[in-house]
Design a protein around this ligand. Sequence first.
Ligand SMILES: [Zn+2]
Length: 205
Amino acid sequence: MKTYAEIAEQLRMPFPPGTVKVSNDGKRGHIPVQVYMSRLEEVAESQWHWRIIGDPVFNFEKYFVVVKGEITLVDAIRQGIGIAKITKNETTSIKNALMTAESEAFRDACDKFKMGWYDLAQYRDWSSNPGIMQSNDVPPFTESIVIEGFDPNVHSVMPSEGRSCIKCKKPLSQNEELLLSINGIKFAYCKEHVPQQLVKNRTEI
Ligand SMILES: [Zn+2]
């Protein structure tokens, strides 16, 4: 088992070039949720856990939803908050907004662990503040698995409670949940027991 300090150091390593998605005006950048998730899975393996805190808060007057969640990493907990606009008062739109808010909450919690700070520094006002970054030595980036085909607007980050494979009862990893989510598979299967005919989108897990 790694210590929190070891994990945190590896989580904060820069991502491969091209990871940051930049807005059209070039002023804002963000890191896709699946990149954070892959890094956590790769570095922290079973030593991390994401959960949603309480129920989502809907505001149907102003058309938004707020989701709160937290990442536990060894013995450290960081919370994140995500807000998303509900475009129309219909089920699909509400569901999409809910999943976007959940993804944003997850991203926010990752940010609190300082993940992606090297990569996002040029898009942030505080990057010129020498007190924020501990040093200018940027460690070499490590290759990270990027899960293709994951759209946080469509797919939920992951269920709030850990599930176990319905065949072997093994607890599912976050990536296994992601594989199920991408393929729209409702039942909990581990990667060994997922019926192959249901898997249309193969991802690195
Ligand atoms: Zn299984």
